[in-house]
Design a protein around this ligand. Structure first.
Ligand code: BES
Ligand code: MN
Length: 454
């Protein structure tokens, strides 16, 4: 392993330059006008897989954005690892809050700053480069590797789900390795063993059949914005619990071990509040912050609009008001069932004076991964070696919709080797990724191949 590690150290600067090229591609998946940049990015990834020594590299078109596949299967009798990541990124708005161009990466304070630096280009590039380091120093890998890098994670991965259903054999493996989550803290090697799920809906209220003068008409009609505000305020009780009937019914409680583990992590709620600029944290009564984030479901309004929102004042009684509302889910909640319960509940809350339309946008199932799996044990050994510290185990508040499908359809464990930090501003202006984590991530990946092949 020494040669491989040295090779990575010697080539770190080249790797960073290549990562910069990756980050320059504006691969925002949600923009319909963006097909060309998405294809350029898929081509970039496929070229890098070829350069790393992967075979049968192909760009696989889907109804949406393309998948990139590559493999190296010349270690008979050894396990096979499927490495998953995504080359698509989130939109950059509000652009005026960025300190530098989101698609012109800058190195500052030991970090690389650009959209996708953490989520997910920086993190998936780690595995491409660890494979390359093995191939360049040894001419082979200690186990079999398949890569699947998609372009639609940020929009729900529905085309990958279809592909997975039809290509189980191609993707068959003994473990799925994913770096698209976070370290517990800077420099602390971390294996994530859970992700929350998601149910995302839009609620539209309509009052009068056109916008009206709020003087001539105000008082005679229900104002859909007022009614929407009332509705939203009814979705939590005074203990910050979600009021949808049966919402918590299928929630898996924490195990004793998990409660102990969380205690041992000595999370400082005070520091956390300070970092994000609030005087006090808030959440479901009866749980601490890590419990709330990792193993409790939540409901949040993600956007709200209606009436006059430009500068200045306009007296209007609007016809419509809309809210985007999402729920983070935990095992064993079912996103479809939750979406239905939500819909029935909000419909029951509105008065006859407004019409309500509820649209189910997308969802994803939550997951927890058993920690006694050989792949997890190998991964923990690998990250401990790379970081020179004991690995900790965390769950995540975020979601990666396809992970459940990998686990269920391929019957393989997911190894979530998170390398980002929660403070890296993913989905937000000034996204960044620590270059130290980038290097330690490449070591971790290389050590994992070594450990899992034993
Ligand atoms: N990398 C994130 C998921 C994530 C974020 C995991 C932070 C752990 C910590 C992923 O790219 C993502 O943003 N997922 C979306 C999924 C959604 C669009 C279906 C999410 O969680 O909102
Ligand atoms: Mn993301």
């Amino acid at each position: 392993m020494e040669n491989v590690v040295n090779y990575i150290k010697q080539n770190k600067n080249n790797y960073i330059e290549e990562l910069k090229d990756y980050l320059r591609i504006k691969s925002i998946s949600t923009l319909k006008s963006n097909k060309k940049e998405m294809n350029i990015c898929a081509k970039f990834v496929s070229d890098k897989l070829k350069k790393a020594g992967m075979e049968k590299v192909k760009i696989i078109p889907t109804k949406g954005h393309a998948l990139v596949y590559g493999e190296w299967l010349k270690a008979p009798g050894k396990p096979t690892v499927l490495i998953y990541g995504h080359y698509d990124v989130q939109p950059v708005d509000p652009i005026e809050l960025w300190d530098s161009d989101p698609f012109e990466p800058v190195i500052k304070d030991g970090k690389i700053w650009a959209r996708g630096a953490n989520d997910n280009k920086g993190q998936n590039f780690v595995h491409i480069k660890s494979v390359e380091a093995f191939m360049k120093t040894k001419g082979k890998l200690p186990l079999n590797v398949k890569f699947l890098i998609e372009g639609e994670e940020e929009v729900g991965s529905s085309n990958l789900e279809e592909f997975l259903k039809k290509n189980k054999k191609l993707l068959q493996c003994d473990a799925v390795l994913i770096s698209d989550t976070s370290l517990y803290a800077e420099g602390v090697p971390t294996i994530n063993y859970g992700l929350r799920g998601l149910a995302y809906l839009e609620v539209e209220l309509t009052g009068p059949n056109r916008d009206l003068h709020s003087g001539s008409f105000g008082g005679a009609f229900a104002n859909p914005i007022n009614e929407l505000a009332k509705l939203i305020s009814k979705l939590h009780d005074k203990n910050n619990r979600v009021t949808i009937p049966n919402f918590y019914k299928d929630v898996l409680p924490f195990t004793k071990k998990e409660i102990e583990n969380i205690k041992s992590l000595k999370f400082s709620e005070k520091k956390y509040a300070k970092e994000y600029g609030v005087r006090e944290l808030q959440g479901e009564k009866g749980y601490n912050t890590l419990q709330r984030l990792w193993g409790r479901p939540t409901l949040d309004c993600n956007g709200i609009f209606g009436g006059y929102t430009e500068a200045g004042a306009k007296t209007v009684l609007p016809s419509k008001a809309t809210a985007k509302i999402s729920m983070r889910l935990v095992p064993n909640q079912d996103p479809k069932k939750i979406a239905k319960d939500f819909t029935n509940y909000v419909k029951s809350l509105v008065p006859k004076s407004v019409k309500i339309k509820v649209t189910d946008m997308h969802g994803g199932s939550p997951v927890v991964i058993p920690l006694d799996d050989p792949a997890i044990i190998a991964a923990a050994k690998a990250t401990t070696k790379a970081f020179g510290k004991k690995t900790v185990y965390t769950r995540e508040g975020g979601s990666i919709p396809i992970v459940v499908d990998f686990v269920n359809r391929l019957k393989a464990p997911a190894v979530l080797m998170g390398l980002g930090l929660d403070s890296d501003n993913i989905h937000s202006p000034n996204e960044h990724f620590s270059l130290k984590s980038f290097e330690l991530g490449i070591f971790s990946s290389a050590y994992f191949f070594d450990e899992f092949s034993k």
